[in-house]
Write a protein that binds this ligand. Structure first.
Ligand SMILES: *Cc1c(COP(=O)(O)O)cnc(C)c1O
Length: 426
């Protein structure tokens, strides 16, 4: 990383854009809209559109034969896309599968790997975790007849924004079976030290897994080398696979051969699946953790999208993303200091993900005013505005525009025209 001496003029932003590598031309972008929400739903690229249309074409031309002889044969599509995802997370191809959603895949992970045994019955998560992950963990505890109040340990935050790794490690007692954490916290954008946490969990005989929703496509990982046991993610955020795009799952090769807790015919070894036997011969790869027929049309856009990530290179995207968010934080501090904002994400590059967490007690209505001024952020209750410039397609000038518009909204008190409550979908 260069040490940055930014300048607050729009000309400077334009100069940064001239020097930057971008895939902006490959996306459908409305020039008059400043889209800072690619961490919730990434935009459509022309390549993702093309691979979706390819699958429709295969269906149109081939009917059932699209499974084996289409341009993008559906029968091994999930495995193929898993292999193409693997470089983004530092996995081996057969450790990665595209399937399910985050929540469904977490159920699969727990149904497979959570085996309360003697006094090792507890699952450790954190009190700032995304609700769906917590619902899944509680539901799995109940399926085992265990009370969440007793068996789910939520590591507390010291500052309401971040989780201290030391506190997670202190919670790793000999009563703990599994630790489940986000790689990047969805609200504050804190990046946890996955390598250290994995080593500490394993030293104590505990399995550990991560929800990569806010890190996949945003930064590199080394899941295999770190020895992470399992991970899940969605593909519709940083990976731009579209609304409802199918998610993904990593299971370390150390665990291959284990039977899936939630079994189905797509858990089968590929060459055995159509033997139609009632005894499952499950795959000995991450493919074993699939259940039913893949959602082909919700998978297909990912192929085009992943091609772009392979060309761009995740290390280079991370470098640009850090530079963009650093520039944004610089402008926030330069331009917005009098309006009572606080930056809630950690400032160190190795402790933050791909978005800026901007806190304000009027955040809900500031977000509404931003939207009416063509800036798309998102709001996370109670007081967070998330702003995520995407290295693939956003520009430095859009960041400059975003902060300039925000300053105008604060100066003119335009946000006071709105209620400070969230919408149904925030
Ligand atoms: C987006 C997100 C989810 C969503 O889960 P789905 O099952 O894909 O709907 C779950 N966890 C985290 C941390 C998220 O950011």
């Amino acid at each position: 990383m260069k040490t940055n001496t930014f300048i607050s003029t729009v000309d400077y932003a334009r100069q940064l854009d001239r020097e930057a590598t971008t895939f902006r031309d490959e996306f459908y972008i409305k020039e008059e809209i400043y889209y800072m929400d690619g961490n919730s739903l990434g935009l459509l690229s022309k390549r993702a559109e093309r691979t979706l249309l390819n699958s429709l074409q295969d269906w149109k031309e081939l009917g059932i034969d699209g499974w084996m002889s289409g341009k993008q044969p559906w029968f091994e599509f999930s495995e193929r896309l898993g292999a193409l995802t693997a470089p983004l997370i530092g996995a081996q191809p057969e450790e990665t599968i595209v399937t399910g959603s985050i929540t469904a895949n977490l159920h699969q992970v727990l149904a497979t790997f959570y085996e309360p045994d003697g006094k090792r019955t507890k699952i450790v998560a954190d009190e700032l975790d995304f609700p769906s992950d917590i619902y899944a963990i509680k539901a799995q505890l109940k399926l085992h007849g265990l009370e969440p109040e007793e068996h789910l340990v939520l590591v507390k935050s010291r500052d309401g924004r971040t989780i201290n790794e030391d506190d997670v490690i202190a919670a790793m007692t000999d009563e703990v079976a599994i630790v489940w954490l986000p790689s990047v916290l969805y609200r504050s954008g804190q990046l946890l030290d996955m390598k250290r946490l994995t080593a500490e969990a394993h030293r104590r005989g505990i399995l550990i897994g991560f929800d990569l929703a806010h890190s996949i496509g945003a930064l590199p990982h080394s899941l295999h080398d770190w020895g992470v046991d399992f991970a899940v993610w969605c593909n519709y955020k940083y990976l731009n696979s579209g609304p409802g795009g199918v998610g993904g799952m990593f299971v370390h090769s150390n665990h291959h051969g284990i039977a899936p807790g939630l079994a189905g015919w797509f858990s089968s070894k590929k060459d055995k699946q159509f033997d139609m036997e009632h005894e499952l011969s499950h795959a000995e790869t991450a493919g074993a953790f699939q259940v039913g027929t893949p959602h082909v049309l919700s998978i297909a856009p990912l192929l085009g999208s992943l091609e772009m990530f392979a060309e761009a290179g995740i290390e280079r995207l991370r470098e640009k993303s850090l530079h963009m968010t650093e520039y944004m934080m610089y402008l926030i501090e330069e331009e917005l200091c009098e309006f009572g904002f606080e930056i809630g994400n950690p400032r160190e590059n190795d402790r933050r993900g791909g978005h800026v967490c901007l806190e304000h007690h009027e955040a809900a209505r500031i977000c509404k005013a931003l939207k009416d001024n063509n800036v798309i952020p998102d709001f996370r209750a109670p007081n967070v505005i998330r702003l995520a410039p995407m290295a693939l397609y956003n520009t430095y000038e859009e960041i400059w525009q975003t902060i300039t518009i925000l300053k105008h909204i604060m100066k003119t008190e335009q946000y006071k025209n709105y209620e400070n409550t969230r919408n149904v979908v925030a």
